[in-house]
Design a protein around this ligand. Structure first.
Ligand code: MN
Length: 255
């Protein structure tokens, strides 16, 4: 049996047509986690994906939007009991968002605490220039048995990656992370049993066009080459890691 592909972080609601992006991923049989950047977007994403076999929607409040939309944390909290997947959430301490970093930390801490309270959530987390701050908050507010964290497009140091793995985190890796030497070094050092794949579509590019979930195939191949595995073994590893993240032996995205 061929292992199914996994895109554990993309933004199908930023494609020209959400419904057709969902049906393309469903037809391709790619296990896809589509994230939202504001809780206002979640109900429609949830409705359009809940009956699919392969696609699930995550309830997010993107750190880059926190400066203008922190009040939407109330709406996020209201939807949380209905959501198994949470994201995009986290901290962005890049130059454009640095001014809101204290507020972002407050919101992210609230999100982690609420997830810990309810239990059983799977989070996809942004940590641009903020790996240590993100890990500090996870360590303080989300005990390992109360939720599962996947670090999306992780660009921290190798020692931060080790700390993240010790805290129980997974890593969703995209092709752009393997386009420079530092990124390759980091990705090569991640533990095999913590790897997932993602596209962050439509924000990444492949062959001079914006990506879609089916581009994870090339990511699996690049990851396999970097880690000296066959693409088949790599795909199996990722699919079994997905099962481990979701904590069940059944259909990977069942909720
Ligand atoms: Mn994203």
């Amino acid at each position: 049996m061929k292992a199914a592909l996994v895109d554990f972080h993309c933004h199908l609601d930023l494609f020209p047509d959400l419904a057709s992006a969902i049906s393309a991923a469903e037809t391709a049989g790619i296990y896809t986690l589509t994230v939202t950047t504001t809780p206002r977007a979640w109900p429609r994403n949830y409705d359009l994906t809940r009956k699919t076999k392969y696609i699930r929607a995550a309830l997010g409040l993107h750190p880059q939007l926190v400066a203008e939309r922190s009040a939407e944390i109330k709406l996020w909290e209201e939807y949380l009991p209905h959501a198994r997947y949470v994201g995009e959430v986290g901290i962005d301490a890049g130059p454009q968002y640095y001014r809101s970093v204290d507020l972002q930390k407050e919101i992210f801490a609230t999100i982690l605490r609420k997830c810990a309270e309810t239990g059983g959530k799977v989070l996809t987390v942004h940590s641009v220039r903020a790996a240590t701050a993100v890990l500090d908050l996870i360590e303080s507010h989300l005990p390992r048995h109360r939720g599962q964290v996947v670090l999306h497009w992780f660009t921290g140091s190798k020692s931060e990656a080790r700390r993240a793995a010790d805290l129980g985190c997974y890593f969703s890796v995209n092709a752009a992370m393997m386009r420079n030497e530092r990124g390759c070094g980091l990705v090569a050092a991640l533990p095999s049993d913590r790897l997932l794949t993602e596209t962050d579509a439509p924000f990444t590019r492949a062959d001079n066009r914006s990506t879609s979930p089916s581009d994870v195939k090339a990511t699996v191949e690049a990851l396999a080459a970097l880690r000296r595995e066959t693409p088949e073994n790599m795909a199996h590893m990722i699919s079994s890691n997905l099962r481990a993240v979701l904590g069940d032996a059944g259909a990977p995205l069942d909720d």
